[in-house]
Design a protein around this ligand. Structure first.
Ligand code: GDP
Length: 308
C-alpha cells in the first residue's frame, strides 16, 4: 500500500500517474479539504473533485479544473437573475455538488461519499478526504483575513499573504480510512505530491496526528517539489513564498518538510539550488505519459529510501 497526500492540480497529476502504474487497490490518495466551502447552498470540495475527475479521466486538462467538455448554462442563468457568478460551476460538475450536498444532509460522511463517487466513476484506487471534519483555510493579508476561495478565485491570489490559518484543524481527526492506513503494517511508503506546500499540504499536516505520525513513521516518505526553475507550474506557490520571505527554491521546500520526508524529487531546472537528499529529474507532467513517468520515478525513489 502506498499513501499519497495531494491537493488539486499538481497533486492530481502525480496521483493519476501512481494510480495507473500501481496495482488496483494499492494506492490511497488523501486529499486536502481546506479549500472546501459552501456556495449557492452546495458543499463544494475542489481538491477531492479535481482528484476524482483526473483519476476518472474526465478532467479538463487545459483549464486545470472541472470536467472536460463542460457547459456553463446554469451559471449564465444564475447571473441573469442577479446571482453570484464569481465561482464558475459547470452544468455537469453541479451534479457532483448537488449529490454530495444531498448525501451530507442525510448524515453520510465526506469519506463515504467520496469513496462512492470514486467507485461510480470507475476509479480502482482509494480517494479519501484527509478529514471528515470541517477544515477551512483562511488567508491573512494586510487588508484582513479572507476565506480561501475569496483569496484564490474572487481576488485571483492578488493580495499578499502574511499567514495561513487552518480553521477547525485543532479539533479535526484524520478520516477513518486514513487513520487505519496510518497504523497498517501493509503501508510501504508515503509520497507528498507536488502540491502547493502552504495551501494544499499544510492543511493536511495541521490535522492533529498526521504531522507527528510522519515524524515517527518507520516507512519511507518522499516529496516532489512543485517548483520548476523557481516558479510554480500553476498557482501562487512561488508568489506566496516571496511574500512569506522564503526563496522559491528546493532548499526552502526541503526546509518546509524538514523532519517529515527522507528525500525530495526536484526538477532539473532547480539543480543548482539542491539541498540534502534529493533526486533530480524532469518533474513537469505534460500528459499521462509524463504522469506515469514521474510516478514510476517516485516509487523507485521511495524504494531506494526504504533500502537506505
Ligand atoms: P490546487 O489546489 O489546484 O492549487 O492544487 P495543488 O496544490 O495540488 O497544485 C498546485 C501546485 O502544483 C503548484 O504549486 C504547481 O507548481 C504544481 N504543479 C502543477 N503541475 C505540476 C507538474 O506537472 N509538475 C510539478 N513538479 N508541479 C506541478
Amino acid at each position: 500500500m502506498i499513501l499519497a497526500f495531494a491537493g488539486g492540480v499538481g497533486g492530481a497529476r502525480l496521483a493519476n500517474g501512481l494510480a495507473r502504474i500501481l496495482p488496483a487497490g494499492s494506492l490511497t490518495v488523501a486529499v486536502n479539504t481546506g479549500d472546501d466551502f459552501e456556495h449557492l447552498g452546495l458543499h463544494i470540495s475542489p481538491d477531492p473533485d479535481t482528484v476524482l475527475y483526473t483519476l476518472a479521466g474526465l478532467n479538463d486538462a487545459e483549464r486545470g479544473w472541472g470536467l472536460a467538455g463542460e457547459t456553463f448554462a446554469c451559471m449564465a442563468a444564475v447571473k441573469r437573475l442577479g446571482g453570484e457568478d464569481w465561482f464558475a460551476l459547470g452544468d455537469r460538475d453541479l451534479a457532483t455538488h448537488i449529490e454530495r450536498t444531498r448525501r451530507l444532509a442525510t448524515g453520510e460522511t465526506l469519506s463515504q461519499i467520496t469513496a462512492d463517487f470514486a467507485a461510480r466513476l470507475g476509479i480502482n484506487q482509494a480517494i479519501i478526504p484527509v478529514t471528515d471534519d470541517r477544515l477551512r483555510t483562511l488567508v491573512r493579508t494586510p487588508a484582513g483575513e479572507l476565506s480561501f476561495q475569496d483569496y484564490f478565485v474572487r481576488q485571483r491570489c492578488e493580495p499578499a499573504v502574511t499567514a495561513l490559518v487552518f480553521d477547525g484543524a485543532e479539533t479535526a481527526t484524520p478520516s477513518p480510512a486514513l487513520a487505519t492506513l496510518m497504523q497498517s503494517p501493509e503501508l510501504q511508503g508515503v509520497i507528498i505530491c507536488p502540491s502547493n506546500p502552504f495551501l494544499s499540504i499544510d492543511p493536511i499536516l495541521a490535522v492533529p496526528g498526521i504531522r507527528d505520525w510522519l515524524r515517527r513513521r518507520r516507512i519511507p516518505c518522499i516529496a516532489v517539489s512543485p517548483l520548476i526553475g523557481g516558479k510554480a507550474v500553476k498557482g501562487p506557490a512561488a508568489k506566496m513564498m516571496a511574500e512569506l520571505d522564503l526563496e522559491a527554491t528546493p532548499r526552502a521546500i526541503a526546509e518546509h518538510y524538514l523532519g517529515l520526508i527522507d528525500g525530495l524529487i526536484i526538477d532539473r531546472a532547480d539543480t543548482l539550488q539542491a539541498l540534502g537528499e534529493c533526486h533530480i529529474t524532469d518533474t513537469l507532467m505534460r500528459n499521462i505519459e509524463g504522469q506515469e513517468r514521474l510516478a514510476r520515478e517516485s516509487l523507485n525513489y521511495l524504494e531506494r529510501q526504504r533500502r537506505a
